[in-house]
Design a protein around this ligand. Structure first.
Ligand code: PDD
Length: 285
């Protein structure tokens, strides 16, 4: 039985209750973050907190009173649930008004804040990191403001199921002939020694792992190009990989049935995974 956080209280998971009028439930009017935990410490916490503040502000959502206390809340949940490796899920919604209404509720309706832990022993030693994952491509049919991390995840879930039905692990979404990102991760290819990933904009989520990995890559004198690429270019690349808070750096070895490079995880992806895990563990709080 987990201890979860709900609006100021730490509760057993089966005692945490949210109203049926909550706008997260009725309208997917909420934002979220996923922060990984390695060795009992938070990875990239500052980046996630900063993106959360931006998501709230882009949606004119009220900042909850506990905003300045988020680090302590994360740490308390790690402690209470004895998490060594895993994730912390945080969600903030516009709260529960008295009735369903498209207009935002008045300021006296407080945001709903929920955090819970996900225990994932050995998160950084995922067997998939050694074999790589397979992806399919699908049309990106998500909403336009993908840079805001909202809980509107129906299409990414559909994409994940399409990938599973095709015997693959994930889907890369394509818009106007170019890859945007994975269902819950950023997408990369490697050509020669160059790491290529889509430039930032409204079309993709600005991954916290992406920012760290690109910084480490540049520090290690690797060449980085931030531009869009096609599925054909990806299939013809030497390597491909994804990044996210839950997968870190994960090699992609097959795209729409075509092997990428040797069909095995590439050296650059493996090196970036190692650097990312080493450096982030050092900076974990
Ligand atoms: N997903 N792109 C999308 C669409 C995502 O949902 C995510 C994260 C990322 C990677 O962002 P970051 O490096 O900050 O985790 C990119 C989380 C892990 C999730 O939904 O579970």
């Amino acid at each position: 039985m987990r201890t979860v956080y709900l609006n100021g209280d730490y509760l057993p998971e089966n005692e945490a209750r949210v109203s049926i009028f909550d706008r997260g439930f009725l309208m997917a009017d909420g934002v979220y973050e996923v922060t990984s935990v390695l060795d009992g410490k938070l990875i990239d916490f500052a980046g996630h907190a900063k993106r959360l503040a931006r998501s709230l502000s882009e949606l004119d959502m009220q900042t909850p009173d506990c905003m300045d206390d988020l680090l302590n809340i994360h740490r308390e949940l790690v402690r209470a649930n004895d998490i060594t490796d895993g994730m912390i899920y945080l969600q903030i919604t516009r709260g529960a008004a008295a009735d369903r209404d498209f207009a935002y509720p008045s300021a006296d309706v407080k945001p709903t804040v929920v955090l819970f832990t996900q225990n994932k022993p050995g998160l950084a030693d995922s067997p998939a990191a050694k074999t790589g994952i397979k992806v399919i491509s699908i049309a990106d049919q998500r909403r336009a403001r993908r840079d805001i991390k909202t809980v509107q995840l129906q299409f990414p879930s559909m994409g994940k199921m399409m990938a599973k039905a095709a015997g693959c692990d994930d889907a890369w979404m394509v818009e106007d002939g170019h890859v945007t990102e994975g269902t819950s991760n950023n997408a990369y290819i490697v050509k020669g020694n160059k790491i290529i990933t889509r430039h930032l904009g409204n079309e993709i989520l600005h991954g916290i792992t992406r920012a760290a990995v690109l910084r480490f890559a540049r520090e290690a004198q690797m060449e980085v190009e931030e531009r869009s690429f096609t599925i054909a270019e990806a299939q013809d690349a030497d390597e491909a990989f994804i990044t996210s808070a839950s997968t870190f750096v994960m090699p992609v070895v097959e795209i729409d049935g075509a092997a990428v490079g040797s069909g095995k995880p590439g050296d650059i992806a493996a090196r970036l995974r190692e650097i990312y895990l080493d450096e982030s563990r050092k900076m974990a709080i």
